[in-house]
Design a protein. Structure first.
Length: 633
């Protein structure tokens, strides 16, 4: 029995509700039971912090700047738009006391963070607080906006209702007919994708496997669309993805207005943010003076001043008038409005309509989030790769019932005719790419001739798998690196394999010696060390800092989780798989899309470390092991 589009979306809403409750409960438990040091180590809290200044920002919000005083080497999860809450820790009892108001991250730059707080916050209390800290709070807003978007889609009439029914049925999407345009700097599949986007009246999908130039193609499609439309809306799931596409558009001379603050705070990125543009508008000083007058009038209100309300209303209406004028100018100049999917609900966009919505990294977004900007547009173009990282879903039940299925996956299934696969990759040596292409993309992805045989050393094997199990056998007297079994640290902190971490760095050191120190430095050969487990990542980082050998190369080596390497590439990638147990349990390494991302970050050399016995009980890893053995022959 097939369900109607409306029933399917109602089901989505129930699953989202379930996810909301799961996450809220997990957050409550974490807040109540987890020690502050653990939260700091996980990157969910800064403690202690110092309030360095407070001021009203250009959007007339009260902002507080804080600096973290300790643990500055820990990567954190704070970014624009995330809700936070201040707290103090009692010296004697270690009891945590939370401040009442929820605040919001405006931007983070290194160890400095700007946070907007409600107007009635007592800045004095924050400044005088002993042992002050700030931690991530539960994100109610995103869930509320996703629920509202689903409700709108369920009730949707007109264009929104049409798109909803189209995405959930086999009815053919409509297209324009014209002869293909040629773009000399794109390859054939990229050119096909741009033409398909231009022909689509309803929907088009650009499926970009690793290294195939998805962003290049998307930027071209946006440029060409702007020849036909005055303005487009460009969204992505994460702030980082929005920054990335915005930067590429700006490089092509397109006027981008970025709603929200970028993750990398540099002048180039800030220059196209709404906040910075608003501040640099010629009318802004006048507006600032009026706002200041309003604040002073409120602070020094005299008893019995009959004209108080009249004065206040008059100032407020002048301020509103100026704000509207500045806004209209900023929006009418911009060709691209860019924001996260959730950010598209910003009141600045109220009443705005667009011909086309481009969603980048669409395979990483929950379907509900995609419906947030959809109400403002006529047609939608999704770009991404559903064979790479999926959206994060915490509730196992919701995941099993299909919450993790993205809108992009749904449309790929329902409307294969609306999909173009980019087939030429410009990143990896052929041998590294071939396994991924065969397993995930029906063997359709090919290497560009200029990268096909790229390598660092002559006669080098592009892929190697070091079986830690073999080492464990050879050092069973316990004299060498130690046992290669995984350990479990902390109830939600994941797994660690210390001996494997040591061996990972030894393997890298051995490879570095083969290349030679001079060449590594001259050619700035860069390396990514990836582990799916955060505990292993942090352990590897600490080891790396201690090793004298790596000191000259540290700036070329980054250690991170798979998610942390999304969208990036390195000359050499080393993967520590961690799992090693007698039961053959591999946990979330069963999500093969993660492994696809990890392996395809490498340009010239991929070194995998893992226990063959544990890993190859799974057919994917067995095939991978056989493939790598075959390369040796």
């Amino acid at each position: 029995m097939s369900t109607s589009p409306i029933q399917a979306l109602q089901q989505q809403r129930l699953l989202l509700q379930l996810e909301y409750q799961t996450e809220k409960e997990a957050f409550r438990q974490q807040t109540e039971q987890m020690g502050m040091q653990r939260k700091v180590k996980r990157g969910d809290a800064w403690w202690p912090v110092k309030v360095t200044k407070s001021y009203y920002n250009s959007l007339n919000q009260l902002a507080v700047e804080v600096v973290r005083a300790a643990d500055t080497d820990i990567e954190h999860n704070f970014e624009f738009g995330r809700p936070v809450v201040f707290f103090t820790v009692d010296d004697g009892s270690a009891v945590i006391k939370y401040f009442r108001h929820t605040a919001t991250v405006s931007y983070v730059d290194g160890d400095r963070m700007v946070i907007t707080v409600p107007d009635n916050t007592s800045i004095i209390d924050l400044q005088n607080a002993e042992r002050l800290g700030v931690q991530l709070s539960f994100d109610e807003t995103s869930y509320r906006l996703m629920m509202e978007a689903l409700d709108r889609a369920i009730k949707g009439k007109g264009r929104l209702g049409y798109l909803r029914d189209l995405f959930y049925s086999h009815q053919k999407p409509e297209t324009f007919v014209f002869s293909p345009l040629h773009f000399p700097y794109l390859n054939q599949t990229q050119e096909d994708a741009v033409n398909m986007v231009l022909r689509a009246k309803d929907v088009a999908i650009v499926h970009g496997p690793p290294g195939t130039g998805k962003t290049t193609t998307l930027v071209e499609a946006i440029r060409e669309t702007l020849m036909r439309e005055s303005q487009v809306l460009v969204c992505a799931q994460s702030n980082m993805a929005v920054d990335w596409i915005s930067e590429k558009l700006v490089d092509r001379g397109i006027n981008v207005l970025r709603i929200g603050n970028p993750t990398r705070v540099n002048d180039k990125m800030l220059s196209f943010t709404y906040e910075r543009r608003f501040e640099s508008h010629p009318d802004y000083p006048h507006l600032w003076a009026i706002r200041k007058a309003i604040r002073e009038l409120r602070t020094h209100r005299k008893r019995g001043d009959e004209k108080y309300h009249q004065k206040l209303e008059s100032l407020k209406s002048r301020a509103t008038e100026l704000e509207i004028r500045i806004n209209n100018e900023l929006f009418s100049e911009a060709r691209v409005i860019a924001s996260t999917l959730v950010g598209a609900a910003n009141r600045l966009l109220d009443g705005q309509k667009f011909g086309t919505l481009f969603i980048d990294e669409a395979a990483q977004a929950l379907e509900a989030a995609c419906w947030i900007p959809m109400r403002r547009v006529t047609r939608v173009v999704l770009a991404g790769d559903h064979c790479q990282l999926p959206p994060t879903v915490k509730s196992i039940a919701a995941l099993k019932a299909g919450l993790g299925k993205t809108l992009m996956e749904r449309i790929v299934e329902m409307h294969p005719e609306a999909v173009t696969l980019l087939k030429i990759q410009y990143r990896m040596n052929e041998d590294i790419m071939r396994f991924s292409s065969d397993y995930f993309y029906h063997g359709e992805v090919e290497s560009a001739p200029e990268v096909k045989y790229r390598s660092i050393l002559d006669m080098d094997l592009p892929m190697t798998w070091i079986d830690t199990g073999a080492f464990a056998d050879s050092v069973s007297d316990g004299s060498a690196v130690g046992t290669f079994k995984e350990e479990f640290v902390g109830e939600s902190f994941g797994r660690i394999n210390k001996a494997e971490a040591e061996l990972t760095l030894l393997a890298l050191q051995h490879y570095f010696n083969q290349i030679s120190k001079q060449r590594l430095l001259d050619e700035r050969i860069d390396v990514g060390i990836i582990s799916p487990y955060r505990a292993q990542v942090q352990y590897l980082r600490r080891l790396l800092m201690k090793r004298e050998f790596f000191k000259p190369f540290r700036r070329f080596i980054s250690v991170n989780t798979v998610d942390g390497f999304q969208g990036q590439e390195r000359d050499v990638i080393v993967i520590s798989l961690v799992r090693s147990n007698d039961e053959g349990q591999i946990g979330f390494l069963r999500d093969l899309r993660r492994m696809n991302v990890a392996m395809t970050r490498a340009r010239m050399k991929l070194i995998i470390l893992g226990d063959k016995e544990t890993m190859t009980r799974h057919p994917f890893y067995r095939q991978l092991w056989q493939y790598i053995q075959h390369l040796k022959d």
